[in-house]
Write a protein of this length. Structure first.
Lengths: 153, 153
DNA sequence: GCATATAGTCTGTACGACAGATTACTTTCC
DNA sequence: GGAAAGTAATCTGTCGTACAGACTATATGC
């Protein structure tokens, strides 16, 4: 039942967020990338990929597209010149703000079967469980410079 | 955050259940199929596919494999000779019982970050939300003969 | 009894994940 | 200081799998 519930909810989440993020490259995938970069600021491209469970070779061409659209930039990390710091452009931030608003509505609608109080409980439990289940993946945000932004949609 | 939490949990669930169901054809996918057939008894192959969010052309070869392994059978529905009723064999039920036990342990471990009370709350909320979000998909079980088994892992 | 719809199957294609090699840079340790 | 080993990102090739579309068989409706 757990697996089924998760699968159904994620599938529906994808379907709804698809509509909300159709002007982003790579649709839902793209939204997750942009959102993670802005809200969680993972220190490197590899950390970003790990957080989203995306293969690093895939990350490469996702970011190529985002750079091409002027939503994100790759900057050489001065401390370690092998690594790239992924930073959002102003344009990227603005676009994400729009999409985030639409996604928030879509998520509300997705959980419309639950009363608002239950919704908050579910979100808190989910986040807690996810943080506990994914070893180290969310910790990397806190380790980076701009932590404290993790309480985000 | 909702999308990320769901994605992380489902990814981890898959990884853990993978281990628990490696002797089933098609791994996790196969477990979900077998579990849905036994616990939810969807009336037709199409209903089964809809419940699991699987394309009908994919369902075809999944079931081919299961039939070949003697875990499931396709029977012509006497009422509608286009349709096939998917029924588990005794062997299928026994195998599923084993796997279910292992999956239950894996799920417990997955949610080990939460105290038992919270776990139950999370499961109940998830199930309720999923049932509300997937229009009609879970209703088919109740419409079939052997309902009342939906409280399953 | 012909038109239209549905259950399931089969065929082809195209996309996306992943493995493996490659380039660039860093760290270690003698 | 300079080989040796390790790591970040990229590039290339391959393979699986999902999905579209055509096809067969039954069903329903007029």
């Amino acid at each position: 039942m757990l697996g089924w519930s998760l699968a159904v909810l994620l599938r529906e989440w994808n379907a709804r967020v698809e509509g909300a993020s159709h002007d982003l490259p790579h649709g839902v995938r793209g939204y997750q990338v942009l959102s993670a970069v802005v809200h969680d600021a993972p220190p490197t491209q590899a950390a970003l990929a790990a957080r989203l469970g995306i293969d690093r070779t895939v990350m490469t061409y996702l970011l190529d597209k985002f750079e091409g659209c002027g939503l994100l930039e790759r900057r050489q990390d001065p401390a370690d010149r092998r690594a790239r710091r992924i930073v959002p452009t102003d344009h990227g931030r603005r676009v994400l703000a729009d999409v985030d608003a639409r996604v928030a509505r879509a998520e509300d609608e997705l959980l419309s079967a639950l009363p608002p109080g239950d919704r908050r409980v579910l979100l808190a439990l989910l986040e807690h469980a996810a943080a506990g289940a994914a070893p180290g993946v969310d910790r990397c945000a806190a380790a980076a410079g701009s932590a404290g932004l993790t309480q985000e949609a």
